[in-house]
Design a protein. Structure first.
Length: 453
């Protein structure tokens, strides 16, 4: 995941009390809940039929939900170990199968019916009373790191260190922990919950795992809760649109000395790139571009026959993305023209260029009355957590672009150095993140009252 444009405005809520007051209020609330729990016959809160989600408070007083929430504190070191074990299995883009097999085993051990679909997604099903209505809880399997990267996990005091430990070792560990906690508590949801470890979130994976999941569950999918990275301080409700392009310039190639003066694809690409990087971008809607990779040539003393450039374009506005793609095409065409004009020898072959689309992530926004966001806010309120709304580029882009309720949140704890070899994760505070995710999930899935099971 990449969080791009934090929106500073907090969700509308009453003014936040000071942290100490907040802790005290939360403690009083918990104490009151225990009193209610023991003083009253078991009350149940099945999922309302309408759009509203069950509140975190009404969920937490149910014995099964309480047992599931309790499971986390007793299993924190097991969760750390699972995170380290899963992170140490390489999962480069398009090579997620080994980690997928490990996830299949661990989700099966959590009592789920598990299968791997044709895209490579691991899908563990917890059947609900309203079987055909689906709620999807997902964490992506893939990392940005190429094959051969050392992904062994080191521990320094409480910290875990490894490429991918947080993004998305933290999400995968949370997925497993939530499945185990519901299994241990014998909890049955109203709606069917799919626990999914999906492929293809990072880079050129182009969200293919989530695209397949949404395609395959057409019409049945009620909510998608994405777990990506660490933290409990944010919730992504808006999808940042992006487009990834590759420019390819080809030419005749030749000898650096004897063929000097022939048009050179690297020269053409550089000329075009220099034009493009001066393109003005709008500060609002926020728009960015990045020249991320450049390749070409075979030796220092050969005129290359090919040069390639990869460009990432993102914007809060789809129109700005189109504008920048048009600018890129014009600049490259001009760069090729300049290089041909500069050539001093008749070329035995043509200098040509083309543009390949590597990926296109649609944008989208959740509705303000989203039941999923209401469930998350209720969980935050119950747990005394503060979080801000964000726009980002995650697996939630796909359901959001199709009008399906979806948010992306962190899995708790703290992390840093995402997409770098120095990536780290600190499990301090993980329990709250897991409870937050569980209460949000159950808020939209609903829970079958104990006696009627
Ligand atoms: Zn991620």
């Amino acid at each position: 995941m990449l969080r791009i444009a934090p929106q500073l405005k907090r969700p509308a809520r009453r003014p936040a009390p000071a942290p100490s007051t907040r802790r005290a209020t939360a403690a009083v609330k918990r104490a009151l809940l225990w009193v209610i729990l023991f003083a009253m016959p078991a009350r149940t809160a099945p999922l309302p039929r309408g759009a509203a989600s069950a509140s975190a408070e009404s969920l937490a007083i149910q014995p099964h939900v309480h047992a599931a929430l309790d499971w986390f504190a007793r299993n924190l070191s097991w969760i750390n170990d699972e995170q380290a074990r899963l992170t140490a299995i390489p999962a480069p883009p398009f090579q997620e199968a080994e980690r997928a097999a490990a996830m299949k085993a661990v989700l099966s051990a959590a009592g789920l019916q598990v299968r791997i679909d044709s895209a490579g997604n691991v899908i563990g099903e917890l059947r609900g009373a309203r079987e055909r209505e689906l709620v999807l809880l997902s964490a992506h399997l893939d990392t940005v790191f190429p094959p051969g990267t050392d992904v062994r996990v080191r521990r320094e005091k409480s910290r875990l260190l490894a490429p991918g430990i947080s993004d998305n070792g933290a999400g995968l560990a949370a997925l497993v922990a939530l499945a185990r906690s519901l299994h241990a508590a014998h909890l049955r949801p109203q709606r069917t919950i799919l626990f999914v470890a999906n492929v293809g979130e990072e880079g050129e994976g182009n969200l293919r795992g989530m695209r397949a999941l949404v395609d395959d569950s057409a019409g049945r999918l009620k909510a998608v809760l994405v777990l990506d990275g660490a933290g409990t301080d944010h919730v992504s409700t808006k999808a940042l649109a992006s487009r990834r392009l590759e420019v390819v310039v080809t030419g005749p190639g030749g000898h650096s000395w004897s063929d000097f003066g022939l048009p050179n694809p690297i020269n053409a690409l550089v000329r075009g790139s220099v034009r493009f990087i001066s393109t003005r971008v709008s500060p609002g809607p926020r728009t960015t571009f990045n020249l991320g990779e450049i390749h070409g040539g075979t030796s220092v003393n050969s005129i290359p026959h090919e040069a390639r450039l990869k460009v990432d374009i993102r914007s809060e506005s789809p129109d700005e993305i189109v504008r920048l793609e048009v600018a890129l095409r014009e600049c490259i065409a001009a760069g090729v023209r300049d290089e041909l004009q500069a050539a001093t020898r008749p070329s035995p072959g043509k200098l040509e260029w083309r543009l390949n689309v590597l990926g296109s992530r649609p944008g989208g926004e959740g509705r303000p009355d989203s039941p999923l966001l209401a469930a998350l806010r209720s969980a935050d309120e119950f747990l005394g957590n503060e979080s801000r709304l964000e726009r980002s580029s995650t697996d939630a882009n796909i359901p959001l672009s199709e009008g399906i309720d979806a948010i992306s949140i962190g899995a708790g704890g703290a992390g840093g150095g995402a997409h770098s070899l120095q990536e780290w994760y600190d499990p301090e505070g993980r329990e709250m993140g897991l409870k937050r995710a569980l209460l949000t999930l159950l808020g939209v899935s609903g829970v079958v009252p104990e006696k009627t099971k």
